[in-house]
Design a protein around this ligand. Structure first.
Ligand SMILES: [Zn+2]
Ligand SMILES: [Zn+2]
Length: 78
């Protein structure tokens, strides 16, 4: 099985930045896009995040995460 080369949410191609996923205060580097556990779309770090809902290692796109009422820490001040 080959993974997608473009994010299936925002359509951008894989790059270092888009493959660095945030997990809490740390980062998870990946070779390819991660797949959302729920909708199974491959998505970049902007469209998908590592959430701490079930096992502490759940990969959910933002849309699906909202369905769970997840509220990840927002480091941005705005
Ligand atoms: Zn994306
Ligand atoms: Zn999803």
């Amino acid at each position: 099985m080959t993974s997608a080369t473009n994010c299936q949410s925002c359509r951008r191609p894989a790059s270092d930045t888009l493959l660095t996923y945030r997990k809490g205060t740390g980062e998870v580097r990946r070779e390819g896009f991660l797949q959302c556990d729920i909708c199974e779309r491959f998505a970049c770090a902007d469209c998908l995040q590592v959430y701490d809902i079930f096992s502490g290692y759940d990969f959910l796109c933002h849309e699906c995460a909202q369905g769970f009422g997840a509220s990840p820490a927002r480091p941005r001040g705005h």
